[in-house]
Each structure stands twice: as structure tokens, then as C-alpha cells.
Design a protein around this ligand. Structure first.
Ligand code: IMP
Length: 452
């Protein structure tokens, strides 16, 4: 019954009405990855940004890589929120993000050189800085772990969040007071240098040299962007404007809910937007979960539907599954509804955006993992004990492929019957309406099923 109602709304003109009515009533939305990252959040953040006054990143750092294709031009963003490409948007880096000031300035320069106006970018004074010693520690810790390494991006994310939790981190606002900045660098290095020299046999970092370098190379460029972003966010919310909170990484890389320890060091799940941007949950209405029509993962950790066959290679080759920043080949597998159902619960998803459906275009058969076989027992919920996730065997529902190029489809009604069957089955398995489906890398290559 609900499904029928949804389909009526989805395909009919009622959908258009609901969409505009809702947009006026919904102050804040969150977009989150529902798998292990690289789902294509950036392109939907970019799409949703049209109706927003502000796009706010709330966690992570330059371990993220968002690719947007606008009028055939490719933009790879790491720290700057996706909304930067719109003139009416204030892009905000929230307090929950860890910021490498050198990387941020380089990214802003690259964007500016390509004609993108970065002057509206705001960076929270409470965001923590990633310093060069964080990156050094990240690489050293990975090396120390040997075959047990996590496969981090080596961007210093974990060590920067660790310093934040230890309360020895350096915040963006510290740059504005030279004596505080120098004192804090000295304090943290009195400890970190012991780790570098005694545990890893490396040279110590000179606090004065580092402080000079950061202040000389970063202060002037960053100063105009440093702001009380909590105030900015609330001013817009109070004015009834729409805000988008943009998660980086994804649900199963969440430090609390992901496949620990093979996770990142922050909370990409939707709840992370509250502390990461300084808002209460009452402001959030839409939570859009982005899922690829298959699954990818970079780095180590369990992956029940991982493929080691020609279909897995097909996903890599046709889907160009190599890291945006690191260039690493991604692991690939069939879409996993067990994990997506769990992602719905963890994030309170209101709708789904399915990406890269076109990558499945030429396959004879397509599959959805609907359950796991655990020693002969079929389970439909994600086991809480991770050793069971490691040994889970996927149970698949199999469908005929559509063997049609979807890349120019605009209207949901023009999708081949087999593609609709696949999407309907996925929707039914996951229990949340599919609102958008992307069928190519460009901004215009997507299908909108209408308001949910
Ligand atoms: P870290 O965030 O660099 O510490 O890496 C921890 C884990 O998260 C590793 O498995 C990384 O490959 C993964 N990871 C971090 N950022 C991303 C991302 O943006 N996309 C996909 N995987 C990521």
C-alpha cells in the first residue's frame, strides 16, 4: 500500500508540488554515504545545493575526494564543500572537520585559477588543524602495523583527531594569536617529538621552524575565511533558509558504527552533523543516503559481497574505481541490502540516491545481497559481532540485466523494465524510497523520481 502510494507520488505531478512545498518547510538536510565511501555524495550535494543557502562539511578532512563534472569540466574537491560551485552558496568547513591549512589553501588556489570564487568560504575557528607531524605519524603508524595496517589515506586524519581527543590539538582560531599558537605547538611537540624520536627513530620537529612556516605560508590566506560558523549556520536557520550538511567518508567508516578498526576517526553518520556543525537534531528533516548500485571499498576490512572475478573487474574498469586523491584501486562487490538496512537505522535515512547505475548497463545478470549465510543460518540483519561479518557468505537475489545504455535517460518512465525491477527490489529490500538515480558522471545525468 505504502509502496503504491509512493509510486503514485514518485511518478505523478503531485511529486512536483510536494517537492516545492517541502523545500520551503525543511530547513536542514544531511547527505551521507551509506557504504564505505566514494558513493558519489559530491554530485548529489551539488544537485541539492541549488536550493540551499549554505553547504556545511561536518567531519573528516582531505581524506575525502569529491568529484564533480560541470559542463564537461571535472572538479576534484577535498576540503572545500561541494556548494562552492554556486554563487549563492556559503560553503562552510565546520568545527568537526580537521583542516590541513596548506592543502586547503592549495585547493582554493586551484579552484580560483579555474574561475571558481572561493571568497565566500568560511572555516570554523574551532576546527582542528592537521599539522605535518600528523601526516608523518599516520604513515609511521601504518608502517609499524605491517600486514595489519588499516590502509589509511596517510593524510594525518587519525593523529589529528587523536590530539583533539587528548586536548593537545591546535585549532584554526589559534592561528589568530601568534603567542598562543607558538605555545601550543611547543606543548604538543614536547610529547609528539618523544614518539617520533623514541618510538619511530625519527628526527624531532623544531617547534619554532614549524610555527614560522605555518604562520608565514597560511595565516594571510586563511584569515579572511576564519569565522564563527555556528553563528552563521544558526543565522540562516533562524531566517528559514535551507542548509545542507555534507558528510564525508561513509556510514561503515564511522568510528563508532563502522567496521572498526578499519574506519576513519570521525562520525560520518548523520548524527555527526550535530556536534560537527553545532546544530541540534530538531533542525534536520531530510537525510539523504547515497549508495552506489554496487559497492566499493578502499583500505582493509571486511567486505561480504567483495568480488574477485570479471564482474569485480568490470566495476573497476567501467566505474573507474580508483581513489580520487590516492589513486588506489578500489575493492568492488555487489550491492549489499543488509548493510543498507543498517545504514537506514543508523542515519535515520528518509530517502536514497543510487549512483552509477549505468555501470551495470551491459551485465547479463545483476544481483542484490539480501541476507548473509552464517554457518547455514540465514540472517537479514548486520551481525553485531564483527568476526561474523568477516565470515558472512552473501545470499543473492538475481535479476536479468537491462543491456541498454542508460546514460541519456531523463525520465524514470524511460528506464528499461529490468532496471526498474532492480531498483524496485532494492527499494523494497532497504525499506526507504529511492529518490534519485545517477546514470553518468555529469551534473545532468540523473533521474529524479520525485518527492518522497
Ligand atoms: P583515514 O580516514 O585516512 O584514517 O583512513 C581510514 C580508512 O578510511 C581507510 O580504509 C581509508 O581508505 C578510508 N577512507 C578515508 N577517507 C575515505 C574516502 O573519502 N573514501 C573512501 N574511503 C576513505
Amino acid at each position: 500500500m505504502l509502496n503504491e502510494l509512493f509510486h503514485t507520488v514518485r511518478f505523478g505531478s503531485v511529486g512536483m508540488f510536494c517537492q516545492s512545498a517541502r523545500l520551503n518547510q525543511v530547513p536542514a538536510s544531511i547527505i551521507v554515504g551509506t557504504q564505505w565511501g566514494d558513493e558519489g555524495k559530491g554530485r548529489f550535494a551539488d544537485l541539492l545545493a541549488k536550493d540551499m543557502s549554505m553547504v556545511v562539511r561536518y567531519q573528516g578532512g582531505h581524506n575525502a575526494g569529491h568529484t564533480l563534472v560541470v559542463d564537461g569540466e571535472k572538479f576534484a574537491l577535498q576540503l572545500v564543500p561541494s556548494g562552492v560551485l554556486y554563487d549563492h552558496i556559503t560553503p562552510v568547513i565546520g568545527n568537526g572537520v580537521v583542516v590541513d591549512p596548506f592543502v586547503l589553501l592549495a585547493e582554493m588556489k586551484t579552484l580560483t585559477d579555474r574561475g571558481v570564487d572561493c571568497s565566500r568560504l568560511k572555516v570554523s575557528g574551532n576546527a582542528h588543524l592537521i599539522m605535518p607531524y600528523h601526516q608523518q605519524l599516520d604513515a609511521l603508524q601504518e608502517r609499524h602495523l605491517g600486514s595489519a595496517k588499516l590502509g589509511t589515506t596517510k593524510r594525518g586524519i587519525g593523529p589529528a583527531y587523536a590530539d583533539k581527543a587528548l586536548r593537545v590539538g591546535i585549532r584554526v582560531q589559534d592561528l589568530l594569536d601568534e603567542s598562543i599558537f607558538r605555545k601550543k605547538i611547543e606543548a604538543v611537540l614536547s610529547h609528539t617529538n618523544k614518539i617520533l624520536t623514541k618510538a619511530f627513530n625519527r628526527l624531532p620537529v623544531d617547534p619554532d621552524e614549524l610555527a614560522d612556516k605555518v604562520l608565514e605560508q597560511c595565516l594571510e590566506g586563511l584569515k579572511p575565511h576564519i569565522a564563527d560558523t555556528v553563528d552563521l549556520v544558526h543565522n540562516d536557520l533562524e531566517a528559514g533558509k535551507n542548509i545542507l550538511f555534507e558528510g564525508a567518508q561513509a556510514t561503515f567508516l564511522d568510528i563508532d558504527h563502522g567496521t572498526y578498526p578499519f574506519v576513519t576517526s570521525s562520525n560520518p553518520t548523520s548524527g555527526g552533523a550535530c556536534p560537527g556543525a553545532g546544530v541540534g537534531p530538531k533542525h534536520i528533516e531530510r537525510v539523504i543516503g547515497v549508495a552506489k548500485a554496487y559497492v566499493t571499498r578502499v583500505g582493509a576490512g571486511p567486505f561480504p559481497t567483495e568480488l574477485f572475478d570479471e564482474v569485480g573487474d568490470h566495476f573497476v574498469d567501467v566505474g573507474h574505481e580508483y581513489g580520487t586523491n590516492t589513486g588506489r584501486r578500489r575493492r568492488t562487490g555487489w550491492v549489499d541490502a543488509v548493510m543498507l538496512r543498517h545504514a537506514v537505522r543508523l542515519n535515520g535515512l528518509t530517502e536514497l540516491a543510487i549512483t552509477k547505475l549505468d555501470v551495470l548497463d551491459m551485465l547479463d545478470k545483476v544481483k542484490i545481497c539480501v541476507a548473509y549465510d552464517l554457518d547455514g543460518e540465514e540472517v537479514t540483519k548486520l551481525p553485531y559481532h564483527q568476526s561474523q561479518v568477516h565470515k558472512a557468505t552473501p545470499v543473492y537475489q538475481e535479476f536479468s540485466g537491462w543491456k541498454t545504455d542508460l546514460t541519456s535517460v531523463k525520465d524514470p518512465a524511460d528506464l528499461p523494465a529490468e532496471a526498474k525491477t532492480f531498483l524496485d527490489a532494492l527499494e523494497e529490500q532497504v525499506g526507504v524510497p529511492i529518490r534519485y538515480v545517477s546514470i553518468g558522471p555529469s551534473r545532468k545525468q540523473y533521474v529524479d523520481f520525485g518527492a518522497v
